[in-house]
Design a binder for this molecule. Structure first.
Ligand SMILES: [Ca+2]
Ligand SMILES: [Ca+2]
Length: 285
C-alpha cells in the first residue's frame, strides 16, 4: 500500500510542467491519505454486503452467571441467526443523534429493533501485515467504530439486550480489546433514545498491536443480542474496520486507544476508560 503510494507520487513528480504542480501535489496528498483498509476485507461494508465476513447467530437464552459479565458469559443457542443489514444515509429515530453512514457510504447494522431473543454475530479473521503499520508510531493498528442501540426493559441483568465487541490474537488467544455491556448497565454512559431505548454515539476504537503481531492472525467478533425473554430488541452499528484512522464523525469523537502488552499503559487506560464509564479488560480467553 505504502509502496504503491510512493511509486505513484514519484511518477507524478517526473511531470515537468510547473503550472500543473499544485494540482499534482493535491493529487499526491489525496493518494497519500487514501484509507489503507489493509487488514480486513470489506471492512467498511462498501461492497454493500457482508463479503469477507461470517454472519451467524442463534437465540439468546440469557447470560451465564452473575456480573461482571465477560465473553465467557455469552451463550448462543442453536437457531436461525438474528437479522443483519447494510444501511446508508438513514435517520435512526430510536437513537436520534447517531449520524449514518459512519464511514464512506455504507455501515453495517447487526440485529434489529424487534424482539425474538435473537443473536447476530459478525466475525472476520485476517493476518496482520507490514501494511498495517501506522507511520506515526511504527506500530500495527486495528481501528473501527461501533455504536450500540438497545431497548432497556429493566429485566434482570442477564436477560437484558447486550452487545459485545472483541479483537483476539489467535496465535496465543489473548484478547487485545473487548467491550461488553447490557442495556442500561450501571457505569456505562448510555444516552436516552426514544421511549425506553438506550444508545451510545459511535465509539472510535484504536487497538495498538505489538510488532510481534506481524504475520499473526487476529479475529474480530461482534455480538448483538435481543433480550432473553423475547419482547425487546437491540442492535449495533459497526464500520471502518482496518488499520487506517477512522475519520472523525459529525459529532464529538470518543477515541479509545488500547495499547497491548504494556501493563502500566493498560492501567492508565483503565483509568481513562473509567471516565467514560467503561470496563477495560486484558483477559486471557
Ligand atoms: Ca462504511
Ligand atoms: Ca432483534
Amino acid at each position: 500500500m505504502f509502496t504503491s503510494h510512493r511509486e505513484s507520487f514519484r511518477a507524478l513528480k517526473r511531470i515537468p510542467n510547473r503550472r500543473i504542480l499544485p494540482g499534482v501535489l493535491a493529487l499526491g496528498l489525496v493518494l497519500a491519505s487514501a484509507p489503507a483498509f489493509a487488514i480486513f476485507s470489506n471492512g467498511g461494508f462498501e461492497q454493500n454486503d457482508f463479503s469477507g465476513w461470517t454472519v451467524a447467530g442463534g437465540t439468546n437464552p440469557g447470560l451465564l452467571g452473575v456480573e461482571p459479565f465477560t465473553s465467557a458469559s455469552i451463550q448462543i443457542a442453536p437457531g436461525a441467526p438474528g437479522p443483519s443489514a447494510i444501511v446508508g444515509q438513514i435517520a435512526d429515530p430510536l437513537a436520534p443523534t447517531i449520524v449514518l453512514p459512519r464511514v464512506g457510504q455504507l455501515t453495517a447494522k447487526l440485529n434489529d429493533e424487534n424482539g425474538g431473543a435473537l443473536v447476530t454475530t459478525l466475525v472476520q479473521t485476517d493476518t496482520v501485515t507490514n501494511a498495517d503499520i501506522d507511520a506515526g508510531d511504527g506500530m500495527p493498528h486495528i481501528r473501527f467504530a461501533f455504536a450500540p442501540v438497545m431497548d432497556d426493559p429493566s429485566h434482570a441483568p442477564n436477560e437484558q439486550p447486550y452487545f459485545y465487541v472483541s479483537v483476539k490474537n489467535l496465535a496465543d488467544n489473548s484478547i487485545l480489546f473487548e467491550q461488553f455491556a447490557y442495556s442500561g448497565q450501571a457505569g456505562v454512559n448510555f444516552l436516552n433514545g426514544a421511549g425506553s431505548w438506550k444508545y451510545l454515539e459511535f465509539q472510535n476504537v484504536d487497538v495498538v498491536l505489538p510488532l510481534s503481531a506481524i504475520g499473526q492472525q487476529v479475529e474480530l467478533t461482534i455480538v448483538a443480542a435481543d433480550c432473553a425473554l423475547g419482547g425487546h430488541g437491540g442492535y449495533v452499528y459497526v464500520d471502518g474496520f482496518g488499520s487506517a484512522n477512522v475519520p472523525p464523525p459529525a459529532g464529538a469523537p470518543g477515541i479509545v486507544e488500547v495499547p497491548v502488552n504494556k501493563p502500566l499503559m493498560l492501567a492508565v487506560l483503565a483509568g481513562m476508560l473509567g471516565l467514560f464509564g467503561w470496563r477495560a479488560r486484558h483477559a486471557r480467553a
